[in-house]
Design a protein around this ligand. Sequence first.
Ligand SMILES: CC(C)(COP(=O)(O)OP(=O)(O)OC[C@H]1O[C@@H](n2cnc3c(N)ncnc32)[C@H](O)[C@@H]1OP(=O)(O)O)[C@@H](O)C(=O)NCCC(=O)NCCS
Length: 192
Amino acid sequence: MRSQHCEIAWRRRTEGACGSTAASSASGAIGPKTYRRSYGTRTNPRVAVNLRDHFPHPYTLEDGEEWLRAALVQDPEVNFALATDRELIGSIGLKLGEDVYRHAAEVGYWLGEPFWSRGIATRAVRALSDWAFADFGLLRLHAYVFGDNTASMRVLEKAGFEREGVQRRAVVKSGRVLDQILYGRLASEDDE
Ligand SMILES: CC(C)(COP(=O)(O)OP(=O)(O)OC[C@H]1O[C@@H](n2cnc3c(N)ncnc32)[C@H](O)[C@@H]1OP(=O)(O)O)[C@@H](O)C(=O)NCCC(=O)NCCS
């Protein structure tokens, strides 16, 4: 799955779902130097404003290192860096459901601003979704989007998700009360 749908390399163990952090890889390609060089990507308020508050802002190096420590013991691995050979571009991941939600998972992602509007997030969400359905036998994927994040809604629509509903005034972010939009994609018969 990793390079089939997306020319951006997938790196294991990175920041994930709508608000987590970054980097290191099974292949070791995203090492501490790359991680530090890409640090500015994660401090941009235009990224943080669309994510949950557990994606810290301002984002310190210690925040990143703490996240990495947790990611390195993650099992199964569900968080990935989006990266070139030289730098971290962003991250995508899954939050697997539990209990009665165990056949579902939440998708989350972010990209550094210099990489926006090149179709990267769309390709990443498509690739992650195909892999998640195939590898985890999920029935459903979903994502929550703040009501003013039109770009992310477009990403999900292009990746085969459908708008399922609105949770009104569900989010308080940076002093603003926002609706939250729920998007879902079901496994196809081929995936099940
Ligand atoms: C949302 C985000 C992931 C999009 O990544 P991306 O790689 O730029 O997305 P893509 O290029 O694949 O697609 C973006 C689509 O949104 C559209 N778009 C971009 N900005 C837009 C805006 N302000 N209003 C409406 N549409 C917009 C683009 O035109 C494109 O659609 P198109 O292909 O039909 O023209 C990126 O902006 C980001 O990381 N933002 C901050 C974090 C975030 O929002 N994460 C998601 C939380 S749910």
